[in-house]
Ligand binder design. Sequence first.
Ligand code: ZN
Length: 57
Amino acid sequence: MADVAYCMKCREKREFTGSLVTLKNGRPALQGSCPVCGTKLTKILGMDAAKAMGWTG
Ligand SMILES: [Zn+2]
């Protein structure tokens, strides 16, 4: 899944490819790494958006 997340290290928005995960608080997120610096990126998804991507919780 490709999405855009803010990279704290680059201080810019980066397009990245991540995988769907469920965070400790039960919320869906997309996790991947910055294509430029390799920092881990986490994009919190809305429930509806995540379900549309195949997230089942
Ligand atoms: Zn970066």
